[in-house]
Design a protein around this ligand. Structure first.
Ligand SMILES: [Zn+2]
Length: 342
């Protein structure tokens, strides 16, 4: 996972776990913006039965300021700093999924005609007074990093056997897989939120003489991924037209031992030779991790174009053409123009 906007647009939510994943449960996090009754049903039924709305300082100030002006709160001398409960005024029934969705939409959308009553059925938490590493704060940071308004829906992922109890340990992963939600640790989400929509972190770089010429080996991680991936870069990227790039996914039996059962090693050699013959180019070498890992790679995973664009920008490559030696990349046609040198 390396693009929060893609995650929220696709899966709709993600599951946040502690860095020490064995110890705790998981929290479901989703953007509050654009919420529908159906999405609330999904979150609430998979979570603790209700959602909180975590908001940033701006949304909190606006909401609490509006409520403080109402006679109700003035009378009670209430000046909430952390927690509010509200309903949107003018609904037939505030305590339905449709009512919650209307109230949440009104919190996100600062329409001047809206009015709130407190107490109500929707709980609002001020994330700006929470610690940086708290899930409440992270939920809002993640939604903002994905380009949304600073308001996130938050609930505890519930267990299957006993929905009254939070899911724990391996059940968190099993349920997240079943629901189609990515799982991310607190520290990985912090890094993602800090980097914005897409994150690529360079780890090391070194000169790498190959039989095909001199390359720079640049190690990088996609945030949230554990493996150190490599970009093998040859020549000057800053001048001239499009730069040939080839995406390669690790295949230990092919790459290391030259197994003839697949074309991996040959495509890798061809790619490096091509970059050399064109005096420049880049081979992006993705390590394989996780349960899908195998000694042979069969189906190449489709790489996220947006994270590749960030990497290419980092390497100084503005204009690319995908070499025929490459794994397929979603959104990029493979160039038919390039003829591989013999
Ligand atoms: Zn292979």
């Amino acid at each position: 996972m390396d693009d929060l906007a893609e995650v929220f647009a696709g899966a709709g939510a993600l599951v946040v776990i502690n860095d020490d994943e064995a110890s705790g449960g998981g929290h479901l996090v989703a953007p509050a913006e654009g919420v529908t009754p159906e999405r609330l049903v999904a979150l609430c039924s998979r979570g603790s039965g209700t959602v909180s709305v975590a908001v940033d300082g701006a949304v909190w100030s606006r909401l609490s300021g509006e409520l403080a002006q109402s006679a109700q709160l003035q009378t009670a001398h209430l000046k909430p700093t952390h927690l509010l409960s509200v309903d949107l005024v003018g609904q037939d029934d505030s305590d339905t999924y449709a009512g919650w969705a209307s109230t949440i939409s009104a919190i996100v959308d600062a329409h001047p005609g809206r009015r709130f009553a407190s107490p109500g059925h929707v709980t609002v938490v001020n994330a700006s007074v929470c610690p940086d590493s708290s899930v409440v704060r992270l939920a809002v940071d993640a939604v903002v990093a994905a380009g949304g308004v600073g308001a996130a829906l938050l609930t505890r992922l519930s267990g299957r056997a006993n929905p009254a109890e939070p899911a724990r340990g391996r059940e968190v992963f099993a349920l997240a897989t079943e629901y189609g939600y990515p799982v991310v640790t607190v520290s990985a989400l912090q890094a993602l939120a800090r980097l914005g929509p897409v994150g690529v972190v360079e780890s090391v770089s070194a000169r790498l003489p190959l039989v095909y010429g001199m390359f720079d080996a640049v190690g990088f991680s996609t945030v949230g991924g554990s493996a150190d991936n490599l970009a093998l870069v040859h020549g000057d990227m800053t001048v001239g037209g499009p730069v040939s790039v080839s995406i390669h996914t690790e295949c230990p039996l092919g790459d290391l031992f030259g197994s003839s059962a697949c074309t991996c090693r040959r495509r890798l050699d061809d790619a490096l030779r091509l970059m050399s013959s064109q005096s420049r180019g880049a081979v992006v070498y993705f390590r394989r991790t996780g349960p899908a890992s195998s000694m042979h790679h069969s189906a190449a995973p489709i790489r996220s174009l947006s994270s590749l664009e960030v990497l290419f920008g980092h390497l100084g490559i503005r204009d690319i053409t995908v070499a025929p030696t490459s794994d397929p990349v979603d959104g990029l046609p493979v160039s038919e123009e390039i003829v591989l040198p013999a």
